[in-house]
Design a protein around this ligand. Structure first.
Ligand code: G6P
Length: 469
């Protein structure tokens, strides 16, 4: 395989198995966003194919070189389920669940990060650019710089970066910062995340930080500049607009409402089944509104899509039990033979079906307790080409900083959440239109292509070269 001028390194490869021995492009926004950049630059993508012990040779897919990194069953348990998703994930999401600090998990994280860094160092051409993605690979930037000082290195952090008071719990807090500081540009979702990172760097290393710049001393006595800044990620808005305008998808949206018995109000929640998403808070608020008869039972249905996620991590398995108990109780109390209070779907759906659900929903509930961005909020807005529907959005989601015209909630405040749901249910069409127009403007103008362009432009400036040429 030729060396690539542009390399993306992510925990997951940009393709999924198609179930028939072949591959299909992953539906995620990141893959869609980078597709044009990858094609133009004849790029390479380093990542894990998603199953343990899968040993694959590099292969080409739609113009991109895919470089699979093998993870053994033990790597998956210690690096992915353990350190990534049972240490870093809960710690960085404000300790909503208790992080577990296990030394063998850390050792596996170092080992596996080194393997990703080696694969990227091998794939990248001289003076090339490598863009590292997300919290599973925080050590890769410094490992890469060590092996390949010629490279321009970017890192984007898709999840929150916590305040120092929490971050400082991490027994390996210095090593993780050193890893990240190997990058020329360290991108975050929110200004607050970049601020938390810069504060941690000041507290632990006493490095100079001014505006977004961090002065990182070099062993020879000199220094280099790293940039730590917010680049809020977005979606491929145009593709949602196209789907939302398709007649078959509009017909499917009507069919969904009919299938629910045509209730006056359809509320919708769409989340990975994760404790950061505030699904229980949402269910509690909805159940109480029915109980108190503020929402007439026959008039409202909540559709909750909770897609399966990280099911072997105990906190996730426990959460699933809790949610399913709550849904069962609420439905047991309020369902009639012909009507359901909550239609709960522990499944993933293709993008077409998601857009049909967005079109069928009068109210979209995003009640995350902490979330890097929350792209579902942006997808709902993009899909509402009719300027109808109301987005109820948590203050603790990164999207809150941009989507100012949503109905904002603190999901911990159940009374406030109930009031916000009622405000959304009762909102006059003119106000819905006014808010939705403003939300859509933001999402359409700042789509995922603008995001990757902003980031890569910043990266070119730091090293004085155009990485997309
Ligand atoms: C979040 C993370 C991603 C991750 C995704 C799905 O959005 O920021 O890095 O890929 O969740 O989680 P999974 O563990 O299935 O990759």
């Amino acid at each position: 395989m030729n060396k690539a001028d542009f390399v993306v390194v992510a925990n997951r490869l940009s393709v999924d198995s198609d179930g028939e021995g072949g591959w299909k492009r992953s539906p995620g926004g990141l893959v869609t966003a980078l597709e044009p950049v990858m094609r133009k630059a004849e790029g390479a993508w380093v990542g894990w194919p998603g199953k343990p012990d899968l040993e694959l040779e590099p292969f080409e897919f739609e113009g991109t070189d895919l470089i699979p990194v093998t993870l053994s069953a033990e790597d998956v348990e210690l690096y992915y389920e353990g350190f990534s998703n049972d240490t870093i994930w809960p710690l960085y999401h404000d300790v909503i669940a208790a992080p577990r600090y296990r030394r063998p998990w850390w050792e596996a994280y170092v080992r596996v990060n080194q393997r990703f860094a080696d694969a990227a160092a091998e794939a990248a051409a001289t003076d090339g650019t490598v863009w590292v993605q997300d919290y599973q690979l925080q050590l890769v930037p410094a490992m890469l710089r060590e092996a390949r000082p010629d490279l321009t290195i970017g890192y984007f952090h898709h999840i929150p970066f916590p305040a120092y008071g929490l971050y400082s719990q991490l027994p390996w807090r210095r090593q993780v910062l050193e890893g990240l500081l190997g990058a020329d540009v360290i991108g975050f979702q929110r200004v607050a995340d970049a601020g938390n990172f810069a504060r941690a760097v000041r507290r632990l290393f006493k490095y100079d930080t001014k505006a977004s710049g961090i002065t990182v001393p070099l062993p020879d006595g000199g220094s280099r500049k790293a940039l730590a800044k917010a680049f809020p990620i977005s979606i491929d808005a145009e593709s949602y607009i196209e789907l939302a305008q398709r007649d078959d998808i509009k017909a499917r949206a009507r069919e969904i409402r009919e299938g629910l018995g045509n209730p006056a109000t359809v509320l919708l929640g769409v989340d990975r089944l994760d404790y950061t998403k505030g699904i229980q808070h949402r269910l509690k608020a909805f159940g109480e509104l029915l109980q108190e008869d503020r929402l007439a039972n026959a008039d409202a249905t909540l559709v909750q899509v909770a897609s399966p996620s990280r099911e072997r991590v105990e906190t996730y398995a426990q959460l699933r039990d809790d949610i399913e108990l709550t849904v069962g109780r609420i439905n047991g109390d309020f369902d009639t033979v012909g009507h359901t209070a909550i239609r709960y779907l522990h499944q993933s759906f293709p993008k077409e079906e998601m857009v049909a659900l967005y079109l069928a929903a009068d109210v979209m509930l995003v009640t995350a307790l902490r979330d890097g961005m929350n792209l579902v909020a942006k997808e709902y807005v993009a899909a509402r080409t009719d300027n109808r529907g109301v987005l109820v959005l948590s203050e603790f989601a990164g999207a809150h900083d941009e989507l100012r015209a949503a109905v904002h909630v603190n999901p911990h405040d159940i009374e406030g959440l109930k009031d916000a749901v009622m405000q959304a249910v009762e909102m006059p069409p003119a106000e819905q239109r006014r808010r939705m127009r403003s939300l859509r403007k933001r999402v359409i103008e700042h789509d995922v292509e603008a995001w990757s362009k902003d980031f890569l432009d910043a990266l070119s400036k730091v090293r004085g070269k155009d990485v997309t040429e």
